[in-house]
Design a protein around this ligand. Sequence first.
Ligand code: F0G
Length: 495
Amino acid sequence: MHHRIRFIGLKESHVEIKLSNGTMLPIEMHKVRIVQKTRLAPIAERLLAIEEGGYNTFLLRTRDVFIDMLTDSGTNAMSDNQLASMMVSDDAYAGGESYYKMLAAVKDILGFEYCVPAHQGRAAEHILAKMFVKQGDVIPMNYHFTTTKAHFELAGGKVLEIYTDEALKTQSDVQFKGNLDLDKFAAVIKKYGREKISFVRMEATTNLIGGQPFSLANLKDVRRMASAAGIPVVIDCSLISENAYFIKRREPAYADASIASIVREMMAQADLIYLSGRKSACVRGGLIATNNPEYFEQLKAWLPLFEGFITYGGMSSKEIEAMAVGIREMVDIDVASSSPDLIAYFVNSRVKHGIPAVTPPGGLAGHVDAQRFVPHVPQSGYQAGALTSAMYIVSGVRGMERGTISMDRDAAGNDVFSDMELCRLAVPRRVYTVSHIDYVVDRLEWLYKHRNLIGGLKFIHEPPVLRFFTGKLQPIDNWGAKLAEAFVAEFGPNG
Ligand code: F0G
């Protein structure tokens, strides 16, 4: 292959750059005009910070964080047009013009007539729980998200995860590990029937198992089976543009389709959608949309009680304006690809260096498989939590534990071991560059070579629900300090 610039498709301007040595460069399709200073605290400060934060990266202050990969949620770079739109927002308790701009964007891009804002994704889930979930119901889905499961179970429902067998394999070539298993779905329909199934939920890129997409073919099958049984289809669209980008890149029938047309086709399969606007749409807020007037009546009833009047739903009018712009921009292929392309570079660099990664690369983060990284630490020692803290100590990079700490205990007080133990290194959209990613890969490589220094953790303070947010832990045998010592021996105190 010659090095050259390739244009994919005719209508869209996405550019893939191949360097002369054959590497694909995830080049930024934007200019950076506003920057925020960051600082790499010396390792002694980092060790102190993580000890004070109870080996929980949620409890770090950002002044102690060099590269913040905790999440891609609400931390994306906004566009110039989004920021400009915030200046003309219309503050009104009811009927604000900003809302109508969002409504128009939802109609144009997603194809829904009715839409209400909510202050973020979990607020939308709360409202859906009120509308659909009855005591004893089941909610089948391709995978749960923490807040999703908490809200639906609080309402008396039970989440049924009916992913394909491949979904839990961290090393895989299967392109759509987010697909719903159709045989399992048929069995669930047969067993529970329309009466006991609140709805079927498809999460666009399964967050907790590596940001893996579903295919349009799978979604259409789900739609067909659900409709035949009278079961509503709900799509969690928080990462919709990334899932659509994967469909374009990985599902041959859509190779020449625009992101906008793929998104429209996905939306046509849903009875109702909701999203956290903090991801693909690059704002802080959420929404629920549908074409069903009966659902809209119910939304109008619940929303003012929990969120705010139906034209602001707990969001600031500035963010509503920016959401209207963000929804239009997220179907621009340069925006939709910005995070997946950098993640692919990140994951492929790690695979090249033999560092355990979740493959294929997903939609929101480069995930590190802690079970393969620190196999000497038992799952009861919280492998993912230990690895995430160790990574912070040696690099100042803040990731998020997505493993057993993110699962709450069962009724008997026992740990519920997570399907996967992942250290999630999220890639916020348009925030970090290739040199940031190269640094993260280098420090991961060093850590992998010194992985035997990483030990387990134990809880010293444990909240009863969603304990991962504010729980505190301690390293068993003080391994954090020993790891820092080994690092200083090689890189000095300022490394
Ligand atoms: N659904 C998905 C797929 C999500 O990833 C999230 C949030 C939510 C719903 C809830 O939305 O945060 O706006 O209330 N994910 C964040 C993360 C928290 O870090 O992955 P929210």
